[in-house]
Design a protein around this ligand. Structure first.
Ligand SMILES: Nc1nc2c(ncn2[C@@H]2O[C@H](COP(=O)(O)OP(=O)(O)OP(=O)(O)O)[C@@H](O)[C@H]2O)c(=O)[nH]1
Length: 260
């Protein structure tokens, strides 16, 4: 019995959304992993489906724009007044990826020091971590390493997907942006995170970014399901690969039996 309303038409992903910068991407394949495409066609996605919800946490300094980022994507709204997040808040967002229903639970956490200990109790069980910094505040970029370290204490570093997001792009001049991006790409590379730059005020890259998060989290989930069910093939690597300087997630070059 279908007890949920259909997924919104603008949340349907039939293709893999592309990264923003190839220098700092989780992977640069053009399409979904062939085994994932194949599993979806054959309805072999295991527990990934209508009732599977993936947890995504959003962390970063106070006032970098975490709440605005989530609100721009989930509600298409923007509030220019700052209201501190107290502890945590969350939004559910439903997608359909390669025909399979897939939900993200987006946890907005407090950046203020005094609320941080409440927020950190919600870090556990994340499948993706979004670390936000303000593109106009270099200190907030420096602090991302500490935010990541804190979030990883509660999660498995080998399986969680990392995204480093520069916010408030509308406030940077092109020259300022170029300088900040250089530093941010370095940090993203060290963290093995995928880099994005967004503006919640104008909406620039916000949808593209969350679609990428949804797609890569879905892909990692389905690959993990296939691995769990014993249908792993020699050469498949779904975890972070420290040997590869550009591609943080690598995949088998072998084609699955069901794919041409
Ligand atoms: N110009 C501009 N302002 C933004 C943008 N995103 C957020 N802001 C502003 O920055 C301030 C802080 O935004 P929030 O989203 O509340 O920040 P936060 O990171 O959730 O803050 P905490 O809840 O304290 O951790 C607000 O005044 C927003 O209007 C943006 O893309 N552009």
């Amino acid at each position: 019995m279908n007890i949920l309303a259909p997924v919104r038409r603008d949340r349907v992903l039939a293709e893999l959304p592309q990264c923003l910068r190839k220098e700092a991407a989780l992977h640069v394949r053009k399409d979904f992993h062939p085994r994932v495409t194949c599993a979806c066609q054959e309805h072999r996605t295991g527990t990934v489906g209508r009732f599977k919800i993936s947890k995504v946490i959003v962390v970063g300094d106070l006032s970098v724009g975490k709440t605005c980022l989530i609100n721009r994507f989930c509600k298409d709204t923007f509030d220019k007044n700052y209201k501190a997040t107290i502890g945590v808040d969350f939004e559910m967002e439903r997608f359909e990826v390669l025909g399979v229903p897939f939900s993200l639970q987006l946890w907005d956490t407090a950046g203020q020091e005094r609320f941080k200990c409440i927020a950190s109790t919600y870090y556990r069980g994340a499948q993706a971590i979004i670390i936000v910094f303000n593109l106009n505040d270099v200190a907030s970029l420096e602090h991302t390493k500490q935010w990541l370290a804190d979030a990883l204490k509660e999660n498995d570093p080998s399986s969680v997907l990392l995204f480093l997001v520069g916010s408030k792009k509308d406030l940077s001049t092109p020259a300022q942006y170029v300088l900040m991006e250089k530093d941010a790409l370095k940090v993203a590379h060290e963290m093995k995170a995928e880099y994005w730059a967004v503006s919640s005020l104008t909406g620039e890259n916000v949808r593209e970014f969350f679609f990428r998060v949804a797609a890569l989290t879905f892909e990692a989930n389905v690959l993990a399901e296939l691995e769990k069910s014993g249908s792993r093939r020699i050469g498949d690597v779904v975890r972070l690969n420290s040997d590869d300087s550009n591609l943080y997630l690598t995949a088998s070059k072998k084609k699955p039996a069901c794919c041409p």
